[in-house]
Ligand binder design. Sequence first.
Ligand code: NZQ
Ligand code: ZN
Length: 389
Amino acid sequence: MENFEFLSPTNIIFGRDTENQVGEETKKYSSKILLHYGGGSIKKTGLYDKVIKSLKEANIDFIELSGVKPNPRLSFVYEGIELCRENDIDFILAVGGGSVIDSAKAIAMGVPYDGDVWDFYAGKATPKEVLPIGVILTIAAAGSEASRSSVITNEDGWYKVGLNCDFTRPKFAIMNPELTFTLPPYQTACGVVDIMAHVMERYFTNVPNVDLTDRLCEGTLKAVIENAPIALEEPENYNARAEIMWASTLAHNDLLSTGRIGDFASHKIEHELSALYDVAHGAGLAVIFPAWMRYVYKQNMDKFVQFAVRVWNVDFNFESPERTALEGINRMTDFFKRLGMPITLKELNIPEDKLEEMADKATKSDTFQLGNFVKLNKEDVLNILKLAR
Ligand code: NZQ
Ligand code: ZN
């Protein structure tokens, strides 16, 4: 096991009706806030009215910035920064999913910074100070509600870049599984794949003696695999939604990274798909992850055999461990298919003549290697994309 530090300071407020506590919770930090949300699902579901009522009861002044798009954009972050500065805002409440939360995190870093907030994403500067943020989560997926990451798309060149910064972990995350009842099946499935991907990015490590976190990863995956079909069949099944929602947080708050070195190559490759073709992140991962697995499994077959046996209940084939490993990958791919996810680039309408460009961007013109389980150069990334055709 590797040495580690583990910080997870987000106060998780989980369960039915918890959204009504948002005013009281926010008041601990501020009385003048930015209310940040997406394209309007929160108005259709009635959540918006509840949030406004709770904020007013707690005497909190707010201004609103709505319209965050999935795969959130830098230009909108700039708008948010200006709005906060003009109105002396010192707290951001994000109501939505990963896109809204990530946009809020970027604004929170940008407000106190003299330069261009993109400097942080471009690796030219490190945030020293950020505004605190709070979250009401409406989709179980990205795990941004307790993660240190934010992912923003710069429309100037269509670069989608993730930044890790511990200061941006939200102060609180209100998580009522009922708020996810209204998710369309496609978004539910995208969320499930993203959650599984966050666990698997950590699971596939070459670090030995990580039994506890191996088992935690396997347990998280199994709970999601059991509950996802139930949530798709019965969108208002509270218990299934609750299991998936809590898994979204635990998959990405770094508990499952403790003592391990994760991979994250599949995420970086997927970000190129989202950047150029605006695909939903989870759908892109359903295509990339199986291809990545098929490309790397021979490098540490034991780990893939363990994955197949423990997570997918594959019988160990004593004559051919390789067949066991491949059967695990097949069962995962079939599961994604059954959720209604694409599993090929073709299904995402991504043409073959763009693969080279994506491999080039992902590896910064072959100057940067992706992943840790196996280090991937541009040719490797291109090969993975070809396997995903
Ligand atoms: O915009 P609205 O109208 O709210 O609609 C959203 C959006 O269209 C809708 N939705 C959300 N809650 C709903 C709902 N519709 C009905 N009922 C509800 N309760 O769902 C759509 C997708 O929302 P989005 O926030 O984009 O989804 P998600 O949480 O999957 O976030 C995706 C973004 O997070 C990034 C991804 O790259 C992508 O940009 N990620 C962020 C991470 C992080 N910060 O730690 C880690 C992840 O790996 C990921 O990269
Ligand atoms: Zn993800």
